[in-house]
Design a protein. Structure first.
Length: 151
């Protein structure tokens, strides 16, 4: 597990505020060289701490007004790999987690409207071989979403 020092933490905080910030601006603020910032970010990516620097899309602005959190019960838990492969083929399935409890998998789905959500659930997801049952909770809006707070 990589150990993050104060520079790493500060660099991550700058990137979290604005992923497009110039490395030179971070370097100038921290009083270090551009090369150091490049090396640190590359090390954070190579170590897996940063999984990339990507845009954060506002799904609502793109016309996806509906969201659900859906628990999936499998007929056989050892089928999870094959089921996950099929779920990855559905672009509206934006997150997938292994969980404990009543379900094997928990997914987040986004849809344009209730009819789109119905089709996703009943025609695409429920038809994946190996899925025994789904149980959905409709999302009414995100109060907040953030990365882990780094000290």
């Amino acid at each position: 597990m990589p150990v993050l020092d104060d520079f790493d933490t500060q660099i991550i905080k700058f990137l979290e505020q604005d992923g497009r910030i110039a490395y030179s601006a971070i370097a100038a603020t921290l009083g270090v060289s551009n090369t150091m910032i490049h090396q640190r970010i590359n090390r954070l990516i190579e170590s897996g701490v940063l999984t990339g620097i990507k845009p954060v899309l506002n799904e609502k602005k793109l016309g996806y007004d509906w969201g659900s959190f859906t628990g999936i019960t499998l007929e056989k838990d050892h089928d999870s790999g094959r089921v996950i492969e099929e779920l990855q083929k559905i672009p509206e399935v934006v997150e997938c987690y292994y969980i404990s409890g009543n379900y094997t998998l928990y997914i987040k789905i986004i849809a344009k409207n209730h009819e789109h959500m119905r089709k996703l659930l009943y025609e695409k997801i429920d038809s994946i071989p190996g899925i025994a049952k789904t149980d959905s909770i409709m999302e009414l809006g995100c109060a907040f979403k953030r990365n882990i707070v780094m000290s």
